[in-house]
Ligand binder design. Structure first.
Ligand code: HDE
Length: 682
């Protein structure tokens, strides 16, 4: 049985492999299989004559090209996908019968699509935004999709408000400005008048929405789901993804600049690390609440604008996902993948969370419109296990269904395909007791919009609080309507008086005379990024090198970088080869023109005998900029003079050394720390 499951786990890549190889090394043909003899010139009446309508190859080629785009996703249009696998650490039998959570030796293939919410398909990737974190598990009992975000809560409580939220967030309809930004009037007008978003606003304005990398952000299922075991016992569950590299962010100013230098920053980071073998790893965690404890919290556990503080309901780590293979074709895989929170497998079930319930309708509907009737048959969407039913036909049907019978019940096909009982793996919904009067209301506790916003604020470090204050000031500073700015400040005043006062001052509105800050003094350390892990692995070090560099020193330092997984990017005056004083040769990766300080996590200035005034000037510019962004800066040899010329050699996170071992011993931990916010001069 296990052996069989192991084999099935490889099938997804086999399926895709077959498609991948389909045209390699083959003769070009039309779609009808006719071999093509000329693919560069249309058929004409004479060398200088008009093109003939009978050129079937030309017509087919252009007509197909004319239809190459499908509608982009209405939200999460900009995204990037990657393959991998998931393995559970120990058998989860006690809590769920989900087959992929039973056997630690089984690898379940997964496909993950990370995304930005607001921008259209070509928007730059580092804007301030929630990130989508959607995982498709190809389990041996069907497809399970965990379509989550990198923020554990959401803007609204009921899905009927989703189109309003998105209309407010997207570019304003009269002038289609701004692209991929929440810093505009309609968005903040929506927020001020839909105050259930208060807690989400604190997250949105925090460092979480400018992640350093898709590989360095948490993921959350957001909704309350259920896990159900073989005995039929159900527990409420929230799903978490914890990145092995910790949760880290860009500074907002950096993020804005990166948007110009490299609009593909996040996909490049993910793609290139996977190509280098630096697989992205996330541990899956679950928070569980027994059915009988449903009402034990001061909030409604069905309200998606609330999280379950990890200190109250601990996260149990149950497995690991490793993302280890890039797609072969972005359109066929990433664009056509159809994720849907309604795709669940036996052992997992829904709750009455009103946000989740609406999503169960919306995602199938959107895929039918966006990809087409038979989207489930596409290679990226097909389950691993066989699927049989009496659904037939429709646009672009791929499979050829055999036989005369396409109905149930039947006798001609021995009543197959046949339904099966729960014991035989049939999906049986959890028999939740339901009852009530038809109404459009929500539970009473849904009306507390501010306690968790305050909890989040209380949990932030001073630096994080400063960033939140600046983010509100930036966003509201872009809002033209004074009334909207005032309404939002009034709303913030219910979360924190000091935050409201600072923001009010920065955006030129009256400090609210009556600040009614909510009385919550509790904090949740798990919410602060200050408490994450700090590791050097995969961080990029810009190594500024001139001709005649100290080859012995650099060779030894690069070996230490390699050992700790730091990625050196050799930076110099120009591209090409560069030679050290011991004959060591290096390829320059970025010149001062193609590179930019915001693209590296730290700098190491080694310089060289051949430093010219241009080199020194540019190196100073790179160092000054990185220093302003609180990044670690190292120097040795002639590079030390460059640091000294800026007067920063005594500052925090500036590492100067001559011996490779001693230098690396101090520089690598500094690189892992990433920022030195205590610097006195900027
Ligand atoms: Fe989505 N959302 N959403 N959403 N969502 C879509 O589906 C929707 C919500 C999320 O990489 C759409 O295929 C409604 C919460 C991700 O392909 C659409 C509501 C969360 C992705 C849709 C929500 C998400 C989507 C657009 C209110 C986090 C990208 C295209 C109840 C838990 C998936 C598509 C991918 C995509 C509807 C709220 C996450 C229109 C109605 C809450 C990660 O169907």
């Amino acid at each position: 049985m296990d052996k069989d499951r192991g084999t099935k786990a490889n099938r997804k890549s086999e399926q895709l492999e077959a498609f991948r190889k389909q045209s390699q090394g083959k003769v070009m043909t039309t779609n009808q299989g006719v071999k093509v003899n000329d693919d560069e010139n249309t058929l004409k009446a004479g060398k200088r004559g008009p093109t003939l309508f009978e050129d079937f190859h030309f017509r087919e080629k252009l007509a197909h090209f004319d239809r190459e785009r499908i509608p982009e996703r209405v939200v999460h249009a900009r995204g990037y996908g990657v393959h991998g696998d998931f393995q559970v650490y120990q058998c989860m039998k006690e809590w769920t019968k989900a087959s992929f959570l039973q056997d630690p030796s089984v690898k379940t293939p997964v496909f993950v699509r990370f995304s930005e919410v607001s921008g259209s398909k070509g928007a730059y990737e580092t804007n301030r935004d929630v990130r989508g974190f959607a995982v498709k598990f190809y389990t041996d009992e069907g497809v399970f999709d965990l379509v989550g975000n990198n923020i554990p809560i959401f803007f609204i409580q009921d899905s009927i408000k989703f189109p309003d939220l998105i209309h407010a967030l997207k570019p304003e309809p009269h002038n289609e400005i701004p692209q991929g930004q929440s810093a505009h009037d309609t968005f903040w007008d929506f927020i001020a008048n839909n105050q259930e978003s208060a807690a989400m606003m604190m997250w949105l304005m925090s460092d979480r929405t400018v992640p350093r990398s898709f590989r360095m952000m948490e993921g959350f299922g957001v909704h309350t789901f259920r896990m159900v075991n073989e005995a039929g016992v159900s527990r409420f569950v929230k799903f978490h993804w914890k990145p092995v590299l910790g949760v880290h962010s860009l500074l907002f100013k950096e993020a804005q600049q990166i948007g110009g230098y490299d609009p593909d920053f996040h996909r490049r980071d993910l793609w290139s690390n996977i190509e280098m073998g630096n697989y992205a790893e996330f541990e899956l965690g679950v928070q569980m609440i027994p059915e009988e404890d449903e009402m034990m919290f001061g909030f409604d556990i069905l309200d998606s604008t609330k999280l379950w503080p990890e200190e109250d309901v601990p996260v149990t780590i149950i497995g690991k996902m490793t993302l280890n293979r890039n797609v072969d074709n972005v359109f066929a895989e990433t664009e056509q993948v159809a994720l849907h929170p309604g795709n669940i497998v036996p052992g997992i079930d829904f709750t009455s969370d009103p946000l989740l319930q609406g999503r169960l309708f919306s995602y199938t509907d959107t895929q039918l419109y966006r990809v087409g009737t038979n989207y489930k048959e596409l290679p990226i969407n097909r389950p691993l296990c066989p699927f049989h039913n009496n659904q037939r036909d429709g646009a672009a049907r791929i499979s050829i269904d055999l036989g005369q019978v396409a109905y149930h019940n039947n006798s001609l096909a021995n009543n197959t395909p046949v339904t099966v009982s729960g014991e035989d793996g049939g999906f049986v919904s959890y028999p939740e007791q339901l009852g009530g009067t038809k109404t459009r209301e929500t539970g009473e506790l849904f009306s507390d919009h501010f306690s968790q916003a305050r909890l989040f604020w209380n949990s932030m470090s001073d630096i994080e609080k400063m960033h939140i204050t600046e983010a509100f000031s930036f966003e509201l500073g872009k809002v033209k309507s004074l009334s909207v700015r005032e309404q939002v400040v009034d709303m913030i005043a219910r979360i924190s008086t000091s935050l409201a006062e600072s923001v009010a001052r920065n955006i030129g509105v009256e400090v609210p005379c009556e600040c009614k800050q909510i009385e919550v003094s509790k904090s949740s350390p798990a919410l602060s990024q200050a408490n994450t892990v700090f590791l050097p692995y995969t961080l990029r070090v810009g190594v500024i090198v001139a001709e005649g560099f100290d080859g012995q020193m650099l060779g030894a330092v690069l070996a230490y970088f390699k050992k700790y997984g730091l990625q050196p990017v050799i930076l110099s005056k120009q591209l090409g080869r560069i030679t050290g004083n011991n004959g060591m040769e290096l390829d320059v990766d970025d010149s001062f023109i193609t590179g930019a300080p915001v693209l590296y996590d730290s700098l190491y200035v080694i310089g060289g005998e051949g430093q010219c005034p241009y080199f020194v000037g540019k190196a100073q510019e790179f160092v000054r900029e990185s220093f302003k962004h609180y990044k670690p800066i190292g120097a040795s040899g002639p590079g030390i003079g460059i640091i000294q010329s800026l007067g920063i050699e005594q500052e925090d996170g500036v590492i100067i050394g001559q011996g490779a071992a001693e230098f690396a011993g101090r520089f690598i931990p500094a690189a892992a720390q990433r920022r030195f916010f205590g610097r006195s001069i900027m």
